[in-house]
Design a protein around this ligand. Structure first.
Ligand SMILES: Cc1cc2nc3c(=O)[nH]c(=O)nc-3n(C[C@H](O)[C@H](O)[C@H](O)COP(=O)(O)OP(=O)(O)OC[C@H]3O[C@@H](n4cnc5c(N)ncnc54)[C@H](O)[C@@H]3O)c2cc1C
Length: 388
């Protein structure tokens, strides 16, 4: 390593993106401080602090960027290493993506582990909706982050190696006087205001239902399974008429059910303007949850596993905002000068910030290396820093 590690680095953002970057930079020997407007310790529901909400499959859904392939490949290397070293909350199991319509194989399929298209006879045997026949589908070995375990442990890992978090909001005017020579802008919804990127973000609002104490879903061989299912635009679609999927992912204490992507943005005072939930709906925690989401999941889970969702009435409902990025492309990951400091931007992670957290952190480290004339790191070299 030919790194000049006496540099001080300020990271703005204590979500999964900021903490993943901070952990790598701290492990490389830099002195880092994270600044955060929000505290993950406080029970709050601000939908713009997105790391309160990931479902969190390690699949690049609702995200687009020309470098998606390398970001995703690098992230998978990290999740592989973390799983091998029993990092709390990292799991893997067989995952199904099923469609009642014809669907093209996603470009990231070639990177996914054990990806396999299902034959029509297999499609009729795997999990299914009782009245909506599955037409296309595939299975693969998928990583998941059991969020209530993974994210707090990520923060603990950062603090344990000497990092610190200061809970305060940073304004663009303060950037010049912020401690350190380098700033990482991992502020997601706060990112554009810090980089001077003047635009309203496109948001996909998502509803999550955490069904507490529900049993793990298992296939006939006793293996844990989870699913995304797309019923078809005539049954379940976005406001623009595009077919949408619903999903069910396991947690150590139940399931997380989701599947909404309501398009909108924020007005000047930070309030939602955009698609509203259409009736019939149920009000939970002051938010409207479409009944259709629960009905579709209930039907699949009952017909595939014989489990009645109503037997598990303890439900935690959450609504979060996926920040779909800057004006021209989704993710903003680049460098800019702020006076005599260098700022590395890393915001706009859409529905894949957990998935791409390590790929983006690798890119941030290499943007920094390039700026200070050091050699780039491979993901494997950086992964090895997390092996203790
Ligand atoms: C319903 C839903 C389901 C999702 N499911 C998945 C999934 O299955 N898989 C997946 O990979 N992703 C998923 N995502 C997306 C994922 O949750 C996000 O991409 C990710 O959490 C973004 O993390 P982040 O650290 O970039 O941003 P955030 O978590 O929003 O963190 C931003 C940080 O910046 C701080 N901040 C902001 N402005 C300032 C400022 N001016 N000064 C100081 N601090 C500031 C905030 O306080 C916070 O600490 C989902 C999102 C939603 C809403």
């Amino acid at each position: 390593m030919n790194l000049q590690t006496d540099l001080k680095i300020s990271i703005i953002g204590a979500g999964v993106s900021g903490i993943s970057c901070a952990l790598l930079l701290q492990k490389l020997g830099f002195s880092t401080t994270v600044y955060s407007k929000h505290s993950h310790n406080t029970a709050h529901t601000d939908p713009t602090f997105v790391s309160l909400f990931p479902a969190a499959s390690i699949i690049p859904h609702s995200f687009n960027h020309p470098e998606l392939e390398s970001l995703y490949t690098n992230s998978q290397s990290f999740f592989t290493t973390l799983l091998e070293h029993n990092f709390p909350g990292v799991t893997t199991h067989k995952h199904y993506e099923l469609f009642a319509i014809d669907e093209e194989i996603p470009s990231y399929a070639k990177q996914i582990l054990e990806f396999r298209i299902l034959s029509s006879s297999e499609l009729s045997n795997v999990l299914h909706h009782p009245t909506i026949p599955t037409k296309t589908g595939w299975e693969f070995q998928c990583f998941f982050a059991d969020w209530g375990i993974y994210y707090p442990n990520l923060i603990s890992a950062y603090l344990a190696c000497g990092g610190s978090i200061i809970y305060r909001e940073i304004s663009i005017d303060e950037l010049h006087s912020l401690e350190g020579d380098i700033i990482v802008n991992a502020a997601e919804f706060g990112g554009p205001a810090l980089s001077g990127d003047d635009f309203k973000p496109v948001i996909y609002r998502g509803h999550l239902l955490h069904i507490k104490n529900a049993p793990v879903l298992k296939d006939n061989n006793g293996k844990i399974v989870s699913y995304n299912f797309t019923p078809g635009a005539d049954i379940y679609s976005s406001s623009e008429g595009d077919p949408m999927d619903i999903y069910c992912y396991p947690r150590n204490d139940g399931w997380v059910l989701g599947g909404t992507r309501q398009k909108g943005t924020l007005n000047e005072s930070g309030s939602w303007i955009g698609e509203e939930t259409k009736p019939p709906f149920t009000e939970m925690n002051g938010q409207l949850f479409p009944d259709q989401l629960m009905e579709l999941h209930g039907a699949i889970i009952h017909s595939s596993f014989g489990i009645d969702i109503k037997d598990y009435p303890e439900v935690r409902a959450k609504v979060g905002y996926r920040f779909m990025g800057n004006k021209t492309k989704g993710l903003k990951i680049d460098t800019q000068e702020i006076g005599n400091k260098l700022m590395i931007n890393n915001y706009g992670h859409g529905g894949a910030g957990a998935t791409l957290s390590w790929g983006c952190a690798t890119k941030v480290v290499n943007l920094l290396s390039s700026a200070i004339g050091a050699d780039p790191f491979t993901a494997e070299e950086l992964c090895s820093l997390l092996q203790d």
